[in-house]
Design a protein around this ligand. Structure first.
Ligand SMILES: CC(C)(COP(=O)(O)OP(=O)(O)OC[C@H]1O[C@@H](n2cnc3c(N)ncnc32)[C@H](O)[C@@H]1OP(=O)(O)O)[C@@H](O)C(=O)NCCC(=O)NCCS
Length: 198
């Protein structure tokens, strides 16, 4: 990564548009994207606004990548479920495409499927603009997020990703994440990783 040019910083509310673009354009096989653009935007906005979450962006002339993590996955899932904008988007989808809206309810099971005793912190999403890939931007974003979590006294962090997303699986192993188990979500294999921060 060209450290002279690319700046890593905390996301601000005004970054929502760029983060939303990176999510919608490049997130690998995302079920959330099927819920519609407004749903995803509300979801990302709630995470950016949460004091329990770490959202960082990589900035060159504009935002070229982002990462989201939470120090307390239970708190953020509860906050997302109670968000009136997210709920109204979900009901809107239920009326138009009930099968997709109902499938999304599988997310309620996610905390149980990805449960690891004593581990509350979790990496949520990462996406880098294609023209900035292969320059270690994701590596720097992950390391900076783990550092921010260490500062918040987090001891262990987990992450789950689609088994077929080979690039991100390689990236996580390189950053020291250790495979814990495989589980199924939305009919697909997910790999759960953990990482000791202390
Ligand atoms: C996955 C992603 C974030 C990687 O970003 P990146 O900035 O290109 O990654 P880095 O340059 O830091 O690469 C670090 C490591 O990842 C792995 N990696 C990166 N690109 C790879 C590729 N095309 N093929 C195989 N491994 C790759 C390698 O192990 C690499 O280490 P190395 O350079 O020493 O070989 C990026 O490809 C992306 O945004 N993908 C789409 C979004 C996504 O799938 N997000 C994950 C789901 S939440």
């Amino acid at each position: 990564m060209d450290k002279r040019k690319i700046v890593i910083r905390r996301a601000r509310p005004g970054d929502l548009r760029s983060i939303h673009r990176l999510y919608e354009s490049y997130m690998f096989d995302s079920h959330l994207s099927k819920m519609g653009s407004e749903f995803v935007k509300c979801y990302l906005q709630a995470i950016i606004g949460s004091a329990n979450c770490v959202t960082l962006v990589a900035e060159d002339s504009g935002v070229t990548g982002f990462i989201m993590g939470t120090c307390d996955h239970g708190e953020i899932k509860y906050r997302l479920l109670r968000n009136p904008k997210i709920m109204s988007e979900w009901f809107r989808k239920l009326l138009r495409e009930p099968s997709i809206a109902l499938k999304t309810l599988a997310l309620i099971m996610y905390p149980f499927l990805s449960y690891v005793r004593g581990v509350k912190a979790e990496l949520l999403y990462i996406s880098i603009d294609p023209e900035y890939r292969g320059k270690k931007v994701a590596t720097v974003l992950i390391d900076a997020t783990l550092e921010a979590m260490r500062d918040k006294k987090v001891e262990d962090v987990k992450v789950s990703t689609l088994a077929k997303n080979l690039v991100v699986n390689e990236l996580l192993k390189k950053r020291g994440f250790v495979k814990k188990r495989v589980f199924r979500l939305f009919g697909k294999d997910m790999i759960l990783y953990t990482h000791k921060l202390r």
